[in-house]
Ligand binder design. Structure first.
Ligand SMILES: Nc1nc2c(ncn2[C@@H]2O[C@H](COP(=O)(O)OP(=O)(O)OP(=O)(O)O)[C@@H](O)[C@H]2O)c(=O)[nH]1
Ligand SMILES: [Mg+2]
Length: 620
């Protein structure tokens, strides 16, 4: 049995979950066809997913076609959850990129296709919803060629387009369009087309398999997830054109964790794609990861539960398994040798403060949020003053989903402050300060502390180090200093959190038995802020990369508006029926553009953006 790991990708509401459900049903993996509208599909199995009819988490489900086990990874379409999609991309053998026959190419479709082509991942395009009024076929293919990639070739046609009687027909084997599309990416077919003899249907079939497999050409199929038309053809081509996962030699298991979900109790379930070797229940596994500060962290543990996708038995190379056991496992962890660094996503650009509506639930809220953040790479939480918690967010939908999760899973109603763009401070230089007991600033602390603040490596967060001899202070005092350093730097000289700092304890002293940890907690902020003022800090603001597609006559007003929002342009292309403008701009101006775009483009402009890191703030 071969295994194919296929990602189902698209913009929001294109029909990914409906298509997944249809594929599972048609191949007997589920015995009744669920629907989004009834809230009973296999892969949207979270309570909030079902109520809202949107996918939030990637989910895996399998079916069998001939001697191939197809693992489908149904991904979310909403841009707030894009990091969830990117995690899944790493473990795929191929992808199905969906478009709605009515809505056509969306900004997010283009971004996804660009990523798939960069990864050279074999990708089939499925044009869904051919049954819906307003569905397009031939001119949509032309649109896809112009706006998505020219390297797309339809393998089916549609009759009864835009009606419930829509049907899919195969194109003839020697289709001239196929020869033409292949000639553009395959030198042998080009020679045969130009110089003859003309390629046979068999030549074309072989070249199509080769060029789909190397990611240079994308077969396109029409269909309807709801009615089931075109789905048989999709599976046929998936299995024939996308090479199955290679099964490496038996030996040391090697794999990647691409999703982590809360398991029963406080356990976590990790979804592992295995590349080599085998994993069995009760086996002891060691996962590794690179931390932002350059350290390599290992987590080990015995597998206490193993659900292999598609069949019972050990997890074999090429397949996916859901396992519990190793504690503190995280998305991106590698089983086996750690080679390259896992890609880092730019952190979210928004932050909000959350409070429990009922004050007695403040502690419960904080622990719920920290638990959720620990499991979820999309969520970042840290304690703030007065019992509140600061959350970093990708967008407003993520916030709404979180509010619903807190109510449903933890019984906590929470109030969120309006989201703000999140600024950061980094030390500009080095600053050093110290103070000696027993007198400081009229307050008596029985402690001596010297601290040096300096810039840390980009992305390292905050690091605390010692230059004093370990053991010179009791452990509890060291801990008190370290904790207070990190807590103090949650707010820097401009009230933004300080990051990428290195704080070193340069001297220390205490008076036994008078000194207590409270003395160290009291003195640390005083010395640290003095050192920080000497080091000075710079303020940074988050940026987003944007992509906007606008009608021809809107180029001038949109460009002018973007420029007034301090956008930096990377490129302007197109000019036939639309313009595509790309670049970066400060995240806090993103909403201005998004709001103004419909007015500037008669409602036809498309906007897409994602966090792209931060830059030093030049002016407010
Ligand atoms: N007419 C018609 N409607 C469809 C078809 N496929 C999906 N839909 C409808 O489109 C809506 C969205 O479908 P989903 O399957 O949730 O789309 P999705 O891409 O998974 O959405 P997200 O996961 O939230 O991004 C639902 O109301 C479906 O019933 C189709 O082939 N024809
Ligand atoms: Mg979905």
């Amino acid at each position: 049995m071969h295994t194919l790991n296929i990602g189902i990708l698209a913009h929001v509401d294109a029909g990914k979950t409906s298509l997944t459900e249809r594929l599972l049903f048609d191949h007997g993996a589920i015995d009744r066809l669920g629907s989004i509208d009834a809230g009973d599909t296999r892969t949207d199995d979270g309570a909030i997913e079902r109520q809202r009819g949107i996918t939030i988490r990637s989910a895996v489900a399998a079916f069998t076609a001939g001697d191939t086990q197809v693992n489908l990874i149904d991904t979310p379409g909403h841009s707030d959850f894009i990091a969830e999609v990117e995690r899944a991309l790493e473990v795929l053998d191929g992808a199905v990129l969906l478009l709605s026959a009515v809505e056509g190419v969306q900004a997010q479709t283009r971004v996804l296709m660009r990523t798939l082509r960069r990864l050279r991942l074999p990708t089939l395009v499925f044009v869904n919803k051919i049954d819906r009024a307003g569905a397009r076929a031939e001119d949509l293919v032309a649109d896809i060629r112009r706006r998505l990639t020219p390297h797309v070739v339809p393998l089916t046609d549609v009759t009864g387009l835009g009606t419930r009687g829509a049907r899919v027909l195969p194109r003839p084997p020697g289709d001239p369009q196929l020869a033409e599309a292949l000639a553009e990416v395959d030198p042998d077919i080009l020679t045969a087309v130009v110089d003859g003899p003309h390629p046979t249907p068999d030549d074309l079939r072989k070249a199509l398999a080769t060029r789909t497999a190397d990611g240079s050409l994308h077969p396109l199929l029409f269909g309807s997830a709801l009615g089931g038309q075109g789905v048989t053809e999709l599976v046929e081509h998936l299995v024939r054109l996308i090479p199955p996962a290679p099964t490496g030699p038996p030996g040391t298991p090697r794999g990647t964790v691409f999703a982590v979900r809360p398991g029963p109790g406080r356990e976590r379930t990790a979804y592992l794609r295995l590349y080599d070797g085998e994993v069995a229940p009760h086996q002891r596994l060691t996962f590794r990861r690179h931390e932002a500060d350059g350290r390599t962290v290992e987590v080990s543990g015995r597998v206490t539960r193993l659900d292999v996708i598609g069949h019972p038995g050990p997890l074999t190379a090429g397949n996916i398994g859901a396992l519990t056991g190793p504690k503190d496992i995280r998305v991106g962890d590698r089983l086996g040798e750690l080679t390259e660094r896992a890609p880092q996503f730019a952190p979210p650009t928004l932050e909000t403060v959350v409070r429990a509506r009922r004050p007695e639930q403040a502690a419960g809220l904080r622990s719920a949020l920290l638990t959720l953040a620990d499991q979820d790479p999309l969520l970042h939480a840290r304690p703030a003053a007065s019992g509140a918690t600061v959350l970093l967010l990708y967008g407003e939908v993520q916030k709404e989903v979180l509010a619903a999760t807190l109510v449903q899973d933890f019984g906590i109603e929470a109030d969120f402050e309006p989201s703000r763009v999140r600024f950061l401070e980094r030390p500009a230089g080095t600053g050093e300060a110290w103070d000696e007991f027993p007198w400081h600033d009229r307050v008596r602390y029985w402690a001596t502390i010297g601290l040096r603040v300096e810039p840390g490596e980009r992305g390292s967060g905050g690091i605390f180090a010692y230059e004093t001899e370990l053991g010179a202070l009791p452990r509890a005092f060291h801990q008190a200093i370290e904790d207070t350093v990190h807590a103090t730097l949650l707010s820097g000289l401009h009230d933004a959190p300080v990051t990428d700092y290195r704080v070193t304890l340069t001297r220390s002293g205490y008076a036994a038995p008078i000194s207590t940890a409270a003395d160290f907690r009291g003195l640390t902020p005083i010395v640290l802020r003095r050192a920080l003022r000497l080091a000075r800090t710079r303020l940074y603001e988050p940026y987003v990369a944007f992509e906007t597609e606008v009608p021809l006559d809107a180029l001038a007003p949109v460009t002018a508006h973007l420029a007034s929002c301090r956008a930096e342009f990377a490129g302007t292309t197109g000019g036939v029926d639309t313009w595509l403008i790309t670049g970066e701009l400060p995240a806090r101006r993103g909403r201005d553009v998004e709001t103004a775009l419909p007015g500037l483009t008669h409602g036809e402009g498309m906007w897409w953006s994602r966090p792209s890191g931060d830059r030093e703030l030049r002016s407010r």
